[in-house]
Design a binder for this molecule. Structure first.
Ligand code: NG1
Ligand code: ZN
Length: 546
């Protein structure tokens, strides 16, 4: 590396303290922790992003966010030129760079990375970055700028964006796919939405959205403006003007607590949605005969997959359509998709990168985590087919129309990553076509009662799982203990896995009633405690939000 670059780099790096005793791990969501611990990590992620840009000869993204985590946290993650999460083979490199204990070690790791990946250090690099609305975001963005400047890389600081907007901008820049600016993001999606709404619709789509006091509020307001109130009537709650980010609101809170967020009064007959803090997740809910009823990521996947299936049938297209889930998908959703809809379902480990990867195996891959994070991926083959049929004069009007709808879906749906704004509009389109409200949508299948819990253990890395995390292989004897418990519960199912984003083991349970599944979750949590050591502390996932 050029000595002047190296000098600037080491001088910049030396300005920031390494938090003592903290080992950072680049996990499913990049690096995430309390914001004051992140200065040095962000500086070093700048180095990593530049090297990745030189290696791929393309623009790389960096997002500063901690998604649904509390406002005092922050995080940083790298986005590939394709708009996807950073390639898994670079994750250990990110971990190594972040944890280098001295400048010498840092230089060694960088040199090793350059030689291992045959990086041409003279190759120009470009990094696009953005942040969510967290108070620490500005400071961390300034550190990132210093790092990119020290590396003599060009960059675009895109300011405050949702996570999916940043992914989309990186994807569009590298694929030379419009838009070249964020305005284009809004117009592309808004235009597709308006064209997709059925002409027979008498009024706008109406929805009230809890924006978790996060970045989604401004983005949604902007999107609604671009769409116009004749097509979309959106009421934004928890817009950040008074409440605290993710506190008693947002998609994660609503999903885990199965209740309406603060700031939203449930009214009969209305449709509600909750975004998470960086607007890459969305769940819906409504009042159902006096009770709160959730329509989560599984329900979104089922709704969307059934709509795409109908369009494919109408267009008479023989493309493969599949849904990708994780072990957290409600058992009823899997039964509904496989049994009733005859749509193939794949199960992969938690984390969007796994779902995204698997979804690409289908011509059209619908993937959603139960927590509302997901999207639909259209293969090149599918997109070509949509275009071919929609402009084939020998095809019937009905076929051509279905193919055009599918073409527009590829514009509406963020192809880079799950996007709460685009998913929200997608659900509105499908409901409008089906002439459904939440009640009809909810009735497609009934969720099995379920419960998530967190167990603090001395060392969660001792837990190992297999079969898409549904079977625990270490510590020995734990899976047998879970199996013994599960068989005593009607409709029982339970699994445990170490979290990739928090220092806990997660427990998931389903059973025929809420009380029995709560009991199953507690018993499994106790089994985790017994098998994983003494210093333990268990909470329902929901408790932490109260
Ligand atoms: P971990 O902490 O690994 O369970 C959580 C979510 C994931 C994913 C990541 C990234 C659950 C059970 N887990 O991962 O689905 O969204 O955060 O944000 O919801
Ligand atoms: Zn998020």
């Amino acid at each position: 590396m050029d000595p002047s670059i190296l000098k600037a780099l080491l001088e910049g790096d030396a300005k920031y303290m390494s938090p003592t005793g903290t080992k950072f791990l680049y996990g499913t969501a990049g690096f995430r922790c309390k914001a004051p611990l992140l200065d040095k990590i962000v500086f070093r992620v700048g180095i990593l992003a530049v090297l990745r840009s030189k290696c791929t000869k393309a623009t790389i993204g960096v997002m500063l966010t901690a998604s649904h985590n509390p406002v005092e946290d922050n995080g940083v993650k790298v986005v590939e030129p394709s708009g996807e999460m950073m390639v898994a083979s670079w994750e250990p490199r990110a971990t190594a760079i972040a944890n280098a204990a001295s400048s010498d070690e840092l230089v060694d790791i960088i040199s090793q990375l350059i030689s291992e990946s045959s990086i041409d250090i003279k190759q120009p690099s470009h990094v696009m970055f953005a942040r969510d609305t967290r108070p620490s975001g500005d400071h961390l963005a300034a550190i990132l700028e210093q790092s990119l400047t020290a590396m003599q890389s060009s960059f675009d600081n895109l300011g405050v964006l949702t996570t999916p907007q940043l992914h989309y901008m990186v994807w569009s820049r590298n694929t030379h796919h419009p838009p070249s600016d964020i305005q284009g993001y809004y117009t592309t999606i808004a235009t597709a939405f308006k064209e997709l709404l059925p002409q027979s619709m008498s009024g706008p789509a109406v929805v009230t959205v809890d924006c978790a006091n996060g970045v989604g509020a401004g983005a949604l307001q902007k999107m609604a403006e671009v769409i116009g109130n004749n097509c979309l009537n959106v009421t934004v709650c928890n817009d950040g003007s008074s409440g605290i980010l993710n506190e008693k609101c947002g998609a994660d809170y609503v999903k885990l607590n199965q209740c309406a967020p603060d700031g939203v009064d449930l009214e009969t007959g209305k449709r509600y949605a909750s975004l998470d803090g960086d607007a890459d997740r969305v769940v819906f809910f409504f009042e159902d005969n006096g009770s709160f009823r959730l329509l989560d990521g599984d329900k979104i996947a089922s709704l969307v997959a059934s709509f795409i299936q109908e369009q494919l049938t109408q267009a008479d297209m023989k493309l493969t359509l599949g849904v990708v889930q994780t072990a957290y998908a409600n058992g009823s959703s899997t039964d509904y998709l496989c049994g009733k809809m005859k749509i193939p379902v794949a199960c992969v480990p938690t984390g969007v990168k796994h779902l995204h990867h698997k979804a690409k195996e289908f011509d059209i891959g619908v993937y959603f985590e139960a927590n509302g994070h997901g999207t639909v991926l259209f293969s090149e083959k599918a997109v070509k087919e949509f275009h071919r049929i929609s402009s084939d004069e020998s095809c019937s009007m009905e076929k051509k129309q279905a193919a055009s709808q599918l073409c527009r879906l590829t514009q509406l749906i963020n192809q880079a990553v799950g996007d709460a704004l685009s998913d929200l509009l997608l659900v509105e389109v499908v409901l409008a076509h089906k002439k459904w409200g939440c009640a009809e949508w909810s009735k497609t299948y009934t969720d099995l009662p379920n419960r998530q819990m967190k167990v603090k253990v001395p060392d969660r890395t001792l837990m190992k799982t297999t079969d898409a995390e549904r079977v625990c292989v270490s510590p020995a004897g734990l899976q047998e203990a879970i199996d013994t418990l599960v068989v005593t519960f009607a409709m029982g199912r339970s699994f445990v896995r170490p979290s990739g984003t928090e220092d806990v083991v997660r427990v998931y349970a389903e059973a025929d009633t809420q009380a029995r599944c709560d009991l199953l979750a507690c018993l499994v949590a106790d089994a985790v405690t017994e098998h994983m050591g003494d210093s333990v502390n268990k909470t329902t996932a929901a408790d932490e939000n109260h």
